[in-house]
Design a binder for this molecule. Sequence first.
Ligand code: URA
Length: 453
Amino acid sequence: MQTSQVISKKRDKKRLSKEEIEYFVSGYTKGTIPDYQASALLMAIFLNGMDAEETFDLTSSMMRSGKIVDLSSIPGAKVDKHSTGGVGDKVSLILAPLIAACGVTVPMISGRGLGHTGGTLDKLESIPGFKTNLPLKKFVRNLSDIGVCMIGQTEEVAPADRKIYALRDVTGTVNSIPLIASSIMSKKLAEGADALVFDVKVGNGALIQKEDEVILLAKNLIQIAKKFKRKALALITDMNEPLGEAVGNSIEVIEAIQALKGKAPEDLTKVTFALGIYMLILGKKAKNFSVIDRSASGGKEAKEKLDEAIKSGKALDKFKQMVKRQGGNPKVVDDYRLLPWAKYKITVESGQTGYVKSINTLKIGLSAQKLGAGRERLDSKIDPGVGFLIKKKVGDRIKKGENLAVVFSNNLKKGKLAKKEIREAYQISKRRTKRLKKILYLVDEKGIKRWND
Ligand code: URA
């Protein structure tokens, strides 16, 4: 088989066979297909798409590029969560220890920053010493001993996603439904989870912005999970403004730790708890409940368990155990000065009085990436201490001169540019505006339901 022919076929909008997909995935993983040819094929897929069967074959080849983790020796259900990517989305850092503290094992393989969106691995690695590339044996041992482990795609597990993900990040090929679905599902199927909860983001800061396409992505994820006999459901959640206040790496770790101490902003708590309730239901720690009838006991029962794990300090303790097990310094939980901090703190004042009408979240994410929170090239180094605090959200009242945000930067010029970009990202109106609804739909095997707050 010739790689150039496979590229030309997709360029000409033809279907790729299972064999051609396998040839590409295994060749690129082994290094016999170079980056430039892989980039060309990814761009052809980005432009011309893949049908359901091709997406399934791509997922399957990527999943089989490494070992499939067997967690059958660990009792109970193993449940994981994955987000399609957002700005300020630190939910995984909170949920993994929180759900483990409620007695459900959470085997989590996450990714790095992708495009303008942040990555769980980059955030975790801002904790001094924290390792996300553990050998498979250690991953399983940690899960068996403490019920949670958060790693990245390694040479052993999902190596194809490790390489393709990094290449997509710097070649403009991130925002593609088949590439996102296969990337997520290949590592989730390889990690050994029995059930999956997806947080599929929609809006101006999401990888896929349009609602109908996002619903299609959610359905794709659930269908692939079903074919591989995994239980799955998805919440479609809003990304028309950053989630919580912090955007960056160490700054998001701090907000996640604050959340585990019960001090999270309301929007972050809402999304984290909704996903967490379903993780406990799929993990058989609470009864199912109806989205239409919130008083049904399963939701209440799960929420009480989550509240209790936070109030009792068990969730925070689980986070500390995980940090320690993965080589990090657990003292960061009590002393945030042990985390990387940026040299300069620059406030972003509003030029007008009024109400926040909209926030261009893509612009905020790109600005954070430029500041050093994300990568522009394969070999770019992350600056873990930089980022933003977003102080005003859609619907908030703001006075002229009051802070919209704060920029943390290690370079004054870059920090000032970020200040200008954040200002430009805000639209302020004289008229009162409404807060955004954070959770929009529940999608499961039976279909889609509007979420009632
Ligand atoms: N998360 C992933 O793991 N992959 C993507 O492509 C997008 C979000």
